[in-house]
Design a binder for this molecule. Structure first.
Ligand SMILES: NC(=O)c1ccc[n+]([C@@H]2O[C@H](COP(=O)([O-])OP(=O)(O)OC[C@H]3O[C@@H](n4cnc5c(N)ncnc54)[C@H](O)[C@@H]3O)[C@@H](O)[C@H]2O)c1
Length: 335
């Protein structure tokens, strides 16, 4: 295959950044068509980037002009387009979450198994961040003993319109996936507690929140979500092992001496902080689609993430420790 011809459904914020990334920076693939429920807007995006515009995502997905699909619509509409791509036998990259409900993720898993081919990748892009990849390599080296505890934080400058459930389901879902991938094991229990709330929290929002996860082997993890920290975007991950503490590196920035002080700028938001991760994620996806072999986060990872997030939401609402009940992994997903 010369160039992977990609159709993208959902021309909103992240959809448009993926079009620009693929068509202007990455190699081997090209977004050639787009679809969106807001067809007028879709047509302006198509005109801007020189794409074919489709009113119905399903028509684009089944078209012979398309080799692979990106789904970047709002969460409740992921399932229908991912299943349409499976039905058409095409690779599909779906932005996280795979679907807002675990049952919908399960239906996607079942459809993929029935189709008999690995076609689905979920946009858990932290796995592609060079810093997290370094941590994964250090853990795998075995030089530092076993991991025992993780201390993590996920802080945003602000988050207009954010609600209490979104801290787990939209923010910490990233930690739920990437920490499971780092440790290579599932979670057993989850609890969510509320520290004192910041005066910057709007309406009923409880901010910050702390999620406590325990893995099946007993590793303890605390993740702080603080979406109104009012100083920038800050992602922390410390893995305390038997013989070392491993720390997620920060993106490099020059240190500035000015006004009798020293300062090193940090990122303002996620799109800046994880730009390398998005580029690597989609470049590898294009390469793997062309080789016919996906290795990224799969539909089962999407299902596990959503079961865990739902258990965390229940733990938050009931202020109790909740067991995470997963079905056993189908042979189809065993490496
Ligand atoms: N990986 C990440 O870090 C990350 C970051 C941001 C967003 N996301 C995910 O990307 C997705 C899109 O987020 P966004 O911020 O771009 O949202 P957005 O609101 O800017 O865009 C969503 C687009 O989907 C379209 N849409 C809605 N319903 C549709 C339907 N039934 N059929 C076709 N199109 C439909 C809307 O018209 C809109 O253009 C979400 O699932 C979000 O969780 C992931």
């Amino acid at each position: 295959m010369k160039e992977l011809r990609i159709g993208l459904v959902g021309t909103g914020n992240i959809g448009r950044t993926h079009i620009e990334r693929i068509n202007q920076r990455l190699q081997g693939g090209r977004v050639i068509a787009c679809a969106d429920a807001n067809f007028d807007f879709c047509k302006t995006v198509a005109e801007q980037y020189g794409l074919d515009a489709y009113q119905r995502g399903e028509d684009m997905i089944s078209s012979n002009d398309i080799d692979a699909v990106i789904v970047a619509t709002l969460d409740p509409f992921h399932e229908q387009y991912v299943r349409a791509a499976i039905q058409a036998g095409k690779y599909v990259f779906c932005e996280k979450p795979l679907a807002p409900e675990a049952e919908a993720c399960k239906r996607i898993v079942e459809a993929e198994i029935t189709g008999g081919k690995h076609l689905v990748q979920v946009g858990f892009m932290r796995r592609y961040d060079p810093g997290y990849r370094q941590l994964k390599g250090l853990l795998a080296s075995g030089k530092y003993g076993l991991p025992l505890m993780l201390h993590c934080a996920h802080r945003n400058y602000d988050a207009p319109g954010f609600t209490t459930p979104m801290s787990v389901e939209n923010s910490m879902i990233h930690e739920i996936d990437v920490l499971r991938w780092l440790l290579n094991e599932n979670y057993a229990t989850v609890e969510v507690v509320f520290p004192k709330s910041t005066r910057h929290a709007e309406g009923d929002l409880r901010d910050p929140q702390i999620m406590y996860l325990t893995t099946e082997s007993g590793v303890r993890i605390d993740v702080e979500s603080f979406v109104n920290c009012r100083y920038g975007y800050d992602i922390k991950c410390e893995i305390v092992c038997e013989e070392a503490s491993l720390n997620l590196p920060e993106p490099p920035n020059a240190m500035i001496r000015t006004n009798d002080s020293r300062m090193t700028p940090i990122c303002h938001d996620w799109s800046e902080r994880f730009i390398d991760a998005y580029n690597i994620e989609l470049q590898e996806w294009i390469n793997f689609c062309k080789n016919g072999h996906l290795t990224g986060p799969n539909a089962w990872d999407g299902y596990v993430g959503q079961v865990t997030a739902k258990a965390a939401s229940k733990a938050r609402d009931t202020q109790s420790v909740v067991r995470i009940e997963l079905e056993s992994m189908p042979d189809f997903y065993k490496k």
